[in-house]
Design a protein around this ligand. Structure first.
Ligand code: ADP
Length: 798
């Protein structure tokens, strides 16, 4: 059975992992170390204070009274003072013996040295007193070392030989522990004359010849020992009941006689009391035996084994075990000592337990720290896992977002394309309507009623065209294609034109419209069409949102940090803009509130486009406004001056002559646009021919010469490179005619066209009236090549 169990345990041990085995080995080593420490401590006496303290505690708890079979007669200070000297005349002791025996004392024992001869008469008197009742007086002997340096050579110090004849002899040797305390007492001593019973053994009638030690029971109350003063005994002043039938122990308690011993419970105790307590221990059967230290050692080992380090250790269970063992180690000896004269020194058990407890605490703290670290680790891992999952989610979301963005970009591009295309498609017929209404209106013979109606159609067309243009611009803005093409332009003419065009509208509302050109130059390099768009929009808004007062258009130059600036300000004293909306109005489709749309109309696009244009020109559009006071919109652009035209004042008239005299070949494929252009140019150009394609144009060029080729950009091939090539071919075959291209595209394309041979690129869209104006100015310049050269040089053209 045991063999099978052992085999199973061995197999289990072998199958354990190396980490397990290492742990077991470490724990076994700890146990061995604890046991070794306990034995070392016990062997070196380190645990004695603990045992002594526990022993003292037991005495405290197991108190008992003396047997009242012994009375101590104290040679106290009062007795010495009464006698007037020391040592005494032995007659005093003889008298005391007589008095005590007369009162019925059983035995009279002395813890007084009678080894030296004194006054012989007195010695005789003592001898006589002893001889009265032979064998009832006990005299002391001392066993002591003959020489302090040779403690093994013992001699016995006995009373005077004749005194000893009728007396009993007993040893009054007291055993002193290494710490100076008297704990133990001996039954008897070996002496030269054979075995000598100790004083307590003799009085307690213990069989002589025993030489073992026992522990004095200090639980016996010293105060409960009956005692008399020697002086009273000597004088016969005592109660006979205190001595009758009892043993009497006479000894010194006066400190001056120096017979005190240190004891564990009673402090310094006179020797006579040490003997008395040893006597009481024997009489009460309380002569305590120390429990076998080997047995206690074994118990300590067993305790250490029970409390040994464990891997699967449950703290509560272990603490309970500690509690039980501690209670047993303290309570066990107490119960044992209460029941039997046995004293168990369980210090080693408690010490072993203390070491195990330290180990337990250490192990528990380490375990908890490990648990905390493991928990933290787990938490971190969880966190990392969580982060990984989040990262994956984010990556997935990012991918999704990317896909959505791509789709969105595609949708936006499609929308922009659609807007651009639709706007363009609307623009073409609208231009037809506009051109035709303009042609009709230019007929002086038109009846007044019809003129009003055609006027209305024209005005509506203009509004629609503006709206379409705005939408087209927004589409360009969104696709990043809203660009500006700077060229030499007449700023003053633009200001005048704006004022002229909007005066009627302002007057119809009872408003004044004032224009101040300030210190601005006439000729500047800027995108004239776009600048006009901005000014028109601002002026239109100013008139629209003002009910009373004046709208003013002021131009001036300013020297800013980045150089000279052109400032164009449009101010009104209209409804103003709330402070919190001042930035919002520059967003596309944004108005101060919905009521505005209802009352004033509009789309909320104008300012957004204007600001974007101003920024594309390298400047900005800003506003200062106060509700119900008015607004001031300011366009700030870098000022690029252009060289002044010679005879600019009379330019208008001279230009017109130059254009009228020119022969023009218009290349336009769209029949509707062709009609509009022809109608627009008819009254300004006397010699106008039309070709529907560049092929047709080149054929026409082969048959005759023209001054000017006006090419609608869409008639050039679709790809830009081809367009450039085509322009180049036209220029080469034009026999000196100036090639003018109507083009809607970014600045690089305009430059490309110029390099290819176009003398002038007019950006689209452009109203027919403006186109005529541009052509007149160009022709005039052509007539004066120097002025043209100057103008192009300032515009940065070749
Ligand atoms: P629209 O005039 O077509 O609504 P805009 O972009 O030109 O679009 O203007 C946006 C909004 O800014 C207007 O609807 C109006 O609320 C406000 N606004 C513009 N100019 C003025 C002005 N001069 N005075 C007061 N409010 C203005």
């Amino acid at each position: 059975m045991i063999g099978r169990r052992f085999l199973a345990a061995a197999r289990a041990a072998l199958s354990r992992s190396p980490v397990d085995r290492k742990g077991r080995l470490a724990r076994a080593a700890s146990l061995v170390l604890i046991v070794a420490t306990v034995f070392a401590a016990e062997g070196s006496g380190l645990l004695r204070p603990l045992d002594n303290a526990l022993g003292a505690l037991r005495f405290d708890l197991l108190r008992r009274d003396a047997s009242q079979t012994l009375t101590v007669v104290e040679i106290d200070p009062a007795s010495i003072r009464a006698a007037g000297r020391w040592p005494w005349d032995r007659e005093r002791f003889a008298q005391a013996i007589r008095n005590l025996q007369a009162a019925g004392a059983d035995t009279v024992a002395f813890d007084v040295d009678f080894s030296a001869r004194a006054d012989s008469a007195a010695d005789q008197a003592l001898l006589a007193a002893i001889a009265r009742q032979p064998g009832s007086v006990v005299l002391p002997t001392f066993v002591q070392a003959l020489d302090r340096r040779a403690p093994a050579r013992l001699v016995e110090n006995t009373p005077l030989a004749n005194l000893s004849n009728d007396a009993l002899l007993a040893s009054v040797n007291v055993l002193i522990d290494p710490d100076g305390l008297v704990r133990r007492y001996r039954y008897g001593f070996d002496s030269e004359s054979g075995g000598r019973a100790s004083m307590a053994s003799l009085l307690a009638n213990r069989s002589p010849g025993q030489t073992a030690d026992f522990l004095i029971d200090y639980g016996i109350r010293e105060k409960s020992l009956d005692h008399l003063s020697f002086e009273d005994v000597y004088r016969g002043r005592f109660d006979a009941s205190q001595v009758r039938g009892r043993s009497i122990l006479i000894g010194s308690t006066a400190q001056e006689l120096g017979d005190d011993f240190a004891t564990p419970r009673h402090g310094a105790l006179p020797g006579v009391y040490v003997h008395a307590l040893a006597y009481e221990s024997l009489v009460a059967g309380r002569d305590l035996k120390a429990l076998n230290p080997l047995l206690l050692g074994a118990l300590a080992v067993w305790s250490a084994y029970l409390l040994r380090p464990r891997s699967a250790l449950r703290l509560r269970r272990m603490l309970l075990r500690h509690l039980v063992i501690a209670a047993t180690a303290i309570g066990g000896p107490l119960a044992l000592q209460a029941a039997a004269p046995v004293s168990a020194a369980t210090g080693s058990i408690l010490f072993a337990q203390l070491l195990c407890l330290i180990w337990l605490v250490r192990h528990e703290l380490a375990r908890r720290a490990r648990a905390v670290v493991e928990a933290r680790e787990a938490h971190l891992l969880e966190l990392a896992e969580h982060m990984r999952a989040s990262r994956d989610e984010i990556l997935a979301a990012h991918d999704e977002l990317k896909a959505v963005n791509v789709a969105l970009d595609r949708a936006l591009a499609a929308r922009t394309d659609f807007l651009a295309m639709t706007s363009h498609e609307i623009r073409t017929p609208l231009n037809g309507i506009m051109g035709m209404t303009q042609v009709i209106l230019s007929d002086r013979n038109l009846p007044a009623g019809l003129r009003d109606k055609v006027d209305l159609v024209h005005a509506s067309g203009e509004t629609m065209l503006a709206l379409v243009d705005d939408i087209l611009d927004v589409a360009k803005m969104e696709s990043g294609n809203l660009t500006v093409t700077p060229a030499k332009m007449d700023l003053h003419r633009l200001l005048d034109e704006t004022t002229r065009l909007w005066t009627d509208k302002a007057q119809s509302k009872g408003l004044g419209l004032r224009c101040d050109r300030g210190d601005t130059p006439t000729w500047i390099i800027e995108d004239g069409g776009r600048l006009r768009q901005i000014l028109f929009n601002l002026t239109s808004n100013a008139i629209k949102f003002t009910e009373r007062g004046e709208v003013s258009l002021e131009a001036r130059t300013e020297l800013g940090e980045d150089g000279e600036m052109l400032v164009l300000e449009v101010s009104d004293n209209g409804i103003g803009i709330p402070a919190d909306k001042v930035e919002q109005i520059f967003e596309a489709f944004s108005q101060v509130d919905a009521g505005i749309t209802r009352k004033y109309g509009g789309t909320g696009l104008g300012l957004a486009i204007s600001r974007r244009l101003a920024r594309a020109m390298g400047g900005d559009l800003t506003v200062e406004s106060e509700l119900d006071v008015g607004s001031r919109f300011a366009v700030r652009l870098p000022l690029r001056r252009a060289a002044a035209d010679r005879g600019a004042a009379g330019a208008g008239a001279a230009d017109g002559v130059a254009l009228a005299a020119a022969s023009v070949l218009l290349i336009e494929a769209n029949p509707l646009a062709q009609g509009v252009m022809k109608a627009a140019l008819a009254s300004h150009v006397s010699d106008l021919e039309v070709a529907r394609s560049t092929v047709e144009a080149r054929a026409a060029l082969g048959s005759r010469r023209f001054d000017l080729l006006l090419v609608e950009g869409r008639c050039l091939s679709l790809g830009d490179a081809d367009a450039f090539e085509e322009v180049g071919r036209l220029a080469r075959e034009s026999a000196g005619a100036a090639v003018v291209v109507l083009w809607a595209g970014p600045a690089e394309e305009t430059a490309g066209l110029r390099r290819a041979g176009a003398r002038l690129v007019i950006p689209k869209p452009i109203a027919t009236a403006d186109l005529v104006q541009e052509l007149r100015a160009f022709r005039a310049a052509c007539e004066d090549p120097a002025a043209l050269g100057r103008a192009f040089a300032a515009a940065g053209s070749p």
